[in-house]
Ligand binder design. Structure first.
Ligand SMILES: Cc1cc2nc3c(=O)[nH]c(=O)nc-3n(C[C@H](O)[C@H](O)[C@H](O)COP(=O)(O)O)c2cc1C
Length: 181
């Protein structure tokens, strides 16, 4: 029989759900080491970006990825109604960028962290900004938006992707940033 994780001690910092199973899940997910990305998008000529760990590759044929975004986040509506998005997977040296793009209410000023450029795809400017020195990036067109509780699961059809030749990914584990040993 599987062990059932019950919350122990005081609840973790952050939003309170009042639901013991949600708190147990929060504690359980702190044990998962994740890569960290900044999702960028553009709507009505304005760039937006936010730090995420909830992302994944989905399919190679066709090439697809997904991101999971809180419906209350300022990125949510520009992303679901914008021109497309870019998943920028951060290098271990880019922790300051992860922190800047997770700062609540910081809006466009987040882009003061890091150097951003817009590549050409098939002779056209890409929909969303790409981070110089990222471990990897995937430029996408929004495919599906599926509501899941407080979040939306957004799948993207990959238009172009690139990987760095070197470096190490930034990791997030137990509420802290780190790098592979
Ligand atoms: C390491 C880390 C990972 C995060 N991952 C996600 C995520 O996958 N999805 C999400 O909706 N928010 C995630 N967040 C929270 C958002 O980055 C943060 O709440 C958001 O920037 C608040 O933005 P706003 O003020 O623009 O609404 C994460 C935050 C951190 C620090």
């Amino acid at each position: 029989m599987a062990n059932i994780v019950k919350p122990t001690g005081s609840p973790a910092a952050g939003e309170e759900t009042g639901n013991p199973t949600a708190e147990a899940l929060r504690q359980a997910m702190r044990r998962v080491a994740s890569s960290v990305a900044v999702v960028t998008t553009r709507r009505d000529g304005v760039d937006h970006g936010m730090t995420v760990t909830a992302f994944s590759s989905v399919s190679l044929d066709p090439p697809m990825v997904l991101v999971v975004i809180n419906t209350a986040a300022s990125l949510h509506d520009p992303l679901t109604h914008g021109d497309g998005f870019c998943l920028n997977v951060l290098d271990a040296a880019q922790q300051d960028i992860a922190e800047a793009f997770a700062r609540r209410g910081a809006g466009h000023s987040r882009f003061a962290a890091g150097n951003w450029f817009r590549p050409q795809i098939d002779g056209q400017p890409a929909p969303a900004l790409v981070l110089e020195g990222a471990q990897a990036w995937a430029q996408c067109a929004v495919d599906m938006v599926v509501t899941a509780g407080t979040h939306s699961i957004i799948t993207g059809r990959v238009l172009a992707a690139s990987a760095a030749g070197a470096g190490l990914p930034l990791l997030y584990l137990d509420g802290a940033f780190g790098r592979p040993a």
